[in-house]
Design a protein around this ligand. Structure first.
Ligand code: HEM
Length: 472
């Protein structure tokens, strides 16, 4: 018996080692990393373009379960989804999960942009942006935003019988950003910036082959030109400030004016350039997409259209002719904003994102190895029928009581310390645009399909051409 016991004691460490090895090997999530660099990038991008990305992800879940490994944009990654996954992504401290993006997108946007910064640096730069983008500060710009929208409609919609919504809305949100955030008036400079900017954006979600004919290479070149133009703008703004211009004139003058206790500029030149570039990218496509899909939904649903129109006619009646919208008017657009939230649930402009594991992380019984990317996709949660009953039905009343939606379940603007700082800006521009569209025009869709392609952001068929007539 003693011999047997001694033999067992001798064997125990070896057995533990073997069991430990087997279980830690088991704990790396299932899945394949695919070919080097390419991995599953092309397959995912193809699915996104064909509007089958949700099925692509569901297929992974069917094959490998809720946690699986893959390789995207040159890096090994673990795909996770659902409220617990979003809690890990948005609620973890900065020692566990970092927001650092793939090197390829860092090369385009610059390494001092908010997405790349962590800890105190992130707080400092984000605080500077939020000092301009917070509601109390934005309140005073509603009238200017209204003026940009009216001007756009006069130039591009009035007198036309047919317009294509998505490109026009991209132009409008770009103009609003240029006007309000960068103080860049209309003219050839804006136009040159917009064309280079579109080229820059196209490469952010592309396979990072830096060869002369690739999308990625064109994007890098465009990024360098965009940054040169922003530097010129900063130089001019600095001179304007020296001549006594108000620091609150626009976002750039605000960023240049924030000083620490030693009267030193809080943001470096690179931080201003890279974050102005980020704001252009983060704030232009996203809002344009939201407005475009609202236009499509309004054309498809007469009941929702009637409710929205009633809300806006009520507001318009209370205004003097030609009077600009005010912050108070926006607070009355409750139904329209619920409709916007439901649009964001069904067609979130940001489909997915990445984080980096800074240490080995256990999630769902598996290991996310240190240094790997964590790939999250929100539409699977937004379309989960245990959270949103009958998820394919468009129903703005879901948002009548926002507290009824559990945490980490509705995340079109992300969550936690990195929640979108532009959400209020997006809310104001969406409400102002919808106000002028519904009170100014009636419209009919040229294509009645409900298709959209993610390229990488959602695009309806041919950018949503519509026939319009002025509402008298
Ligand atoms: C409908 C419109 C918008 C949507 C759906 C949206 C969505 C998002 C999401 C999901 C994130 C978080 C990404 C992550 O955690 O990985 C984010 C971050 C961000 N957004 Fe927005 N956004 C919108 C409009 C805007 C606007 C108008 C601006 C600027 C004026 C803006 C600026 C930013 C910035 C700077 C970040 C990075 C925040 C950080 O890392 O701390 N966004 N946005």
């Amino acid at each position: 018996m003693t011999t047997l016991f001694t033999f067992f004691l001798f064997l125990l460490p070896i057995l533990l080692l073997l069991v430990g090895r087997r279980s830690s090997a088991k704990r790396v999530p299932p899945g394949s990393l695919g070919l080097p660099i390419i991995g599953q990038s092309i397959s995912l991008l193809r699915a996104m373009r064909a509007n089958t990305a949700e099925q692509w992800l569901q297929e992974r879940v069917r094959k490998y379960g809720p946690v699986s490994k893959l390789s995207l944009f040159g890096k090994p990654a673990v795909f996770i989804y659902g409220p617990a996954a979003h809690k890990l992504i948005f609620g973890s401290d900065s020692n566990t999960v970092s927001n650092q993006q793939a090197k390829s997108s860092q090369m385009i946007l610059g390494d001092r942009n908010l997405l790349e910064l962590m800890g105190e640096d992130h707080k400092r730069v984000r605080g500077a942006l939020v000092s301009f983008l917070k509601p109390e500060s934005l309140k005073q710009y509603v009238g200017r935003m209204d003026a940009e929208v009216r001007n756009h409609l006069q130039l591009n919609w009035e007198g036309k019988q047919r317009v294509t919504v998505l490109p026009l809305m991209k132009g409008l949100t770009f103009d609003i950003i240029c006007g309000l955030l960068f103080g860049l008036e209309q003219g050839t400079r804006r136009e040159k910036l917009v064309s280079r900017f579109q080229q820059m954006i196209a490469g952010i979600w592309s396979v990072p082959f830096n060869l002369p004919f690739t999308r990625y290479n064109h994007s890098l070149q465009a990024s360098s030109e965009v940054q040169t133009k922003i530097k010129e703008l900063i130089r001019e703004k600095r001179q304007e400030l020296e001549r006594g211009a108000s620091p609150n004139q626009d976002l750039i003058t605000r960023l240049l004016s924030i000083r620490d206790e030693n009267n030193q500029q809080v943001l470096s030149e690179d931080e201003i350039v890279h974050n102005v570039t980020l704001v252009m990218v983060a704030g232009h496509d996203t809002s344009a997409i939201l407005i475009t899909f609202m236009v499509r939904l309004l054309a498809n649903d007469p009941h929702i259209h009637a409710a929205v129109l009633q809300e806006h006619e009520g507001i318009a009646k209370g205004k003097t002719p030609g009077g600009f919208l005010t912050w108070e008017d926006l607070t009355k657009m409750k139904y329209t904003w619920r409709m916007a939230l439901e649009t964001l649930r069904m067609v979130p402009p940001v489909f997915a994102g990445f984080r980096t594991a800074l240490k080995d992380i256990e999630f769902g019984g598996y290991l996310i190895p240190k240094g790997w990317k964590i790939f999250w996709a929100l539409s699977m949660t937004h379309m989960d029928n245990t959270i949103f009953p009958e998820p394919t039905v468009f129903d703005p009343t879901r948002f009548e009581n926002p507290t009824s939606i559990p945490p980490y379940c509705f995340i079109p603007f992300g969550g936690g310390p990195r929640v979108c700082p532009g959400n209020e800006f997006a809310r104001i521009e969406t409400l102002v645009v919808i106000h002028h569209l519904v009170t100014g025009f009636k419209w009919k869709l040229c294509h009645t399909d409900s298709f959209f392609s993610r390229n990488p952001t959602p695009e309806p068929t041919e950018g949503l051409p519509i026939e319009i007539i002025p509402r008298t």
